[in-house]
Design a protein around this ligand. Sequence first.
Ligand code: ZN
Length: 293
Amino acid sequence: MKKIFVLAALCAAMQGAVAQDGKQVVQDGIVVKPLKDGLVRNILAPEEQINQQSAQQYTSLMGQAREKGALVPSDDPQVKRLRAIAQRIIPQTARWNPKAKQWNWQVNLLKSDQVNAFCMPGGRIAFFTGIIDKLKLTDDEIAAVMGHEIAHALREHGRERQSKATGTSLITGIGGAVLSAWSGYDVRGVANAAGQMVVLKFSRDEEREADLVGLDIAARAGYDPRAGIALWNKMAALDERGAPIELLSTHPGGANRIEQIQDHMNVLLPLYARAKGTSVERLPAYRTNLAAR
Ligand SMILES: [Zn+2]
C-alpha cells in the first residue's frame, strides 16, 4: 500500500516536472542564488543596524496608527485572514534566507485607502485596507502580494539604500518621514515637505526577483501562483482607470512583468501541484473574481 502511494507520488512529481511546452524542468522551483554579502556591503549597511532601525520604525508606525484609530484590531476577520496566510508562507522562507528562522514575524493591517503593502527587514509586514478592498484580493492574490513583499526582505533588496534612507530620516527626525522611508505611508495624514519624504524604491532587477521568489514561496505554501498574473492584471486595470496605486511607485515592474511570471509557470505550477498533492495536469483552471474592472 505504501509502495503504491510512493510510486503514485513519484509519477505525479515527474509529470509536474514537464512543462506544457514539453521542455524538461530540472530545478526545484525558482533557482536560489546566494545572497550578496560582501564586506563593503556590511560596512555600508550593517545588518544589525538595519534590523534595529526597522524594528523601531515598525513599532513606531503601528503605535501611531493605533493612536489615530488606523490600526485594524487583531480580532478583525481581515487581520485573521492575513495572519493565517502568513502562517502558511513563513515556513517556506528559510530556503531563501536561513536567518528568516530567527525573525520576529509580525503582520498588521492599516486602515488606509492606499493600494499598498510592505515587509520591512526582519519580517515586519503591513497591508493597507486599500489594496485588499480596491483589488478585491482573493487569498491566492494576497499570498502573491505577501510573497512579493517578503521576497524583498529575504533577498535583502536595496540594503544600501535602506541604510541611507533610515539614516537620512533619523537625522531629520520627522516621525512621518521616518516611517515613509519604508512604507510611503504618512500616518499623520498630512503631506510631507518635499525632501523629507524618503521613499525606498526597488530596482527593476529586484522587482523581477521579488515577483518570482514571492510566487515560489506562495506556491510551496499551497497558494496558486497563477494569482500573480491575476494580481498584476487587476493592478493594471485600476491604473488604467487613473486610480492612484502607491505600490507601483515603489515597485516599478514595467510592462513585461506578467510575461515574465507567465514564462516561469512551468517551474511554479509544479510547486503548487505538489503542495496540493496533485499533478499540474489535474489542477483546475485558475479563476479570479475579476472584480477590479
Ligand atoms: Zn517589489
